[in-house]
Design a protein around this ligand. Structure first.
Ligand SMILES: *[C@@H]1O[C@H](CO)[C@@H](O)[C@H](O)[C@H]1NC(C)=O
Length: 285
């Protein structure tokens, strides 16, 4: 969320700079027409432009309108706040990187159609969807604890960002294959249809959009014409780029130690009547 707002602030900064450059040029044009008697208007124009650039360099910000100053301050404040939030709760040794080809084609079990086996693979990925965070840890990362969901022993329930995005992806995957998952989920214990509304899907699409744009992959793919009966939808993307990826198992092993498993925890009553204790909760997020 924070990253998204920062992106919008950046956009405003660029826009206001462009407006100023345009008005400077029109101002200069008017000025050169007033000086018709001068036989070297061009030289004057160049001089003024140079003077303008020099003063911009000497007094940066002097020509900016107050709204772009505000935008700059907001962006700086958000970055400072982000720095204060460090260190992350996930210890460094659990955020390691591995290098692998940018693009690997579908491998077992991800190449399977909707099936028990594919579902087991997704369940394994999302085992640590909900995790516990102690009150001290919440303080350490400077998170607000007011009205936050707690579990019986007083810890807070939390979600690691990437698990939320994966949960969203899985949600959309189930909707794509609704002919398979609709009847299956309807029979499942504790099934909550609110998780599969268009509103929830819209939220999921947007959270994935923001994550992809925030962690923008800048590798280049080429597009090859393929004549293949098995995949009639040619062309195909190719890349020789090498990707630096978080080692999932290291991150996941940290998350798993603090996983809140469906049916194995109870939440404490919340501040509103509708947020009373929910037993055998399936998923919090
Ligand atoms: C903490 O969260 C509560 C509830 O949403 C909110 O009213 C309060 O302003 C927040 N405090 C800070 C410091 O963000």
């Amino acid at each position: 969320m924070a990253k998204h707002s920062y992106e919008e602030v950046e956009g405003q900064l660029l826009d206001s700079d462009e407006v100023e450059l345009d008005s400077q040029f029109s101002h200069q044009k008017r000025r050169s027409s007033w000086q018709r008697t001068c036989d070297n208007a061009y030289r004057l124009f160049s001089f003024c432009l140079m003077a303008y650039i020099a003063s911009m360099v000497t007094f940066p910000g002097a020509f900016k309108r107050s709204c772009s100053c505000q935008a700059e301050e907001t962006a700086a404040a958000m970055l400072a706040e982000e720095d204060e939030r460090r260190p992350s709760l996930v210890p460094e040794e659990h955020v390691q990187y591995v290098v692998r080809p940018e693009w690997v084609s579908l491998r077992h079990p991800w190449n399977l159609p909707p099936s028990k086996e594919l579902d087991r693979a997704w369940d394994k990925l999302l085992y640590a969807l909900n995790v516990r965070v102690s009150p001290d840890e919440l303080d350490m990362i400077n998170e607000n604890s007011t009205n936050r969901v707690r579990v019986e022993d007083g810890d807070y329930a939390a979600v690691i960002g990437v698990y939320h995005h994966m949960h969203c992806l899985n949600n959309l995957r189930r909707i794509v294959h609704w002919d398979y998952y609709g009847p299956l989920l309807a029979k499942a214990k504790g099934f909550n249809p609110e998780g599969y509304t268009k509103e929830h899907s819209g939220h999921c699409i947007d959270s994935i959009r923001q994550a992809l744009m925030c962690h923008a992959n800048t590798d280049i793919y080429t597009i090859e014409w393929v004549d293949d009966d098995a995949f009639p939808v040619a062309p195909d993307l190719r890349s020789k780029a090498v990707a630096k990826c978080v080692d999932w198992n290291h991150l996941d092993s940290w998350a798993r130690q603090r996983a809140l498993l469906p049916g194995r925890f109870h939440t404490l009553p919340g501040p509103f009547p509708s947020s009373a204790v929910k037993k055998n909760q399936d998923e919090l997020s």
